[in-house]
Design a protein around this ligand. Structure first.
Ligand SMILES: Cc1cc2nc3c(=O)[nH]c(=O)nc-3n(C[C@H](O)[C@H](O)[C@H](O)COP(=O)(O)O)c2cc1C
Length: 198
């Protein structure tokens, strides 16, 4: 089994980073001999989408300018890494109720017409199949269950549909919640790790 671990918190002792590592450890224990590629988007960030990229993806590969090839090359690399993986572990901190901008940039390079999704007779169709995804999400507050803050959560309610759109429908959400709340923080990570079934 090949695991792709995406990290998007810039903090070295980040909860989403630790949770992602713990999920990877559980997967390795359950599937000895598995391989892992770790991609830290805060060390190797993807660019925001620029005009050259948009022009490049709508230009046949053989006709792309060198600048378009470079821009589309970032997307090709992201997609190749996902294609090679059986399991994805995707970590994100909550920033202003949503995912990190580095993870958004990664998604903007992953979701690509004609490559990871297509439009057919029955509408859009995801082209990535048979992969399991774990979302390792960390937030200062609590958003799950009957939380009055649930309507402010734009992490899982964004990630699940956008991943499903490209065919990644087997998604397990794991949350470290309340990392800014003194009464919840001490046990938040352990609770999240315990809840993960691999
Ligand atoms: C710039 C910034 C914005 C944040 N916005 C939110 C927020 O909207 N809601 C929330 O519950 N926590 C928010 N937090 C707290 C983080 O989600 C929390 O510290 C979380 O543990 C970060 O993930 P990490 O530990 O993986 O870095 C914010 C923190 C920072 C630094």
């Amino acid at each position: 089994m090949h695991i792709l671990h995406i990290i998007s918190s810039p903090r070295s002792n980040s909860y989403s980073r630790q949770l992602g590592h713990q999920i990877v450890e559980k997967l390795l224990a359950a599937h000895p001999g598995s391989t892992v590629l770790e991609r830290d988007l805060t060390i190797h960030p993807l660019p925001h989408l620029e005009e050259v990229f948009v022009q490049g993806i709508f230009t046949p590969a053989e006709a792309r300018t060198p600048q378009q090839q470079t821009a589309v090359g970032h997307s090709d690399e992201v997609i190749d890494q996902v294609l090679a993986a059986d399991v994805l572990v995707i970590g994100s901190p909550m920033y202003n109720f949503s995912i990190s901008s580095s993870l958004k940039a990664w998604l903007d390079h992953l979701v690509r017409a004609g490559v990871t999704f297509s439009y057919g007779a029955n509408g859009p169709q995801g082209l990535l199949k048979g992969k399991k995804v774990y979302l390792a999400l960390a937030s200062g507050g609590v958003y799950s269950g009957a939380s009055p803050m649930a309507a402010y959560d734009f992490m899982a309610p964004y990630l699940k549909p956008v991943l499903g759109f490209i065919g990644l429908t087997d998604v397990e959400v794991v949350r470290v919640e309340g990392t800014s709340m003194p009464d919840l923080e001490p046990t938040a990570l352990a609770k999240a790790i315990e809840s993960v079934a691999v």
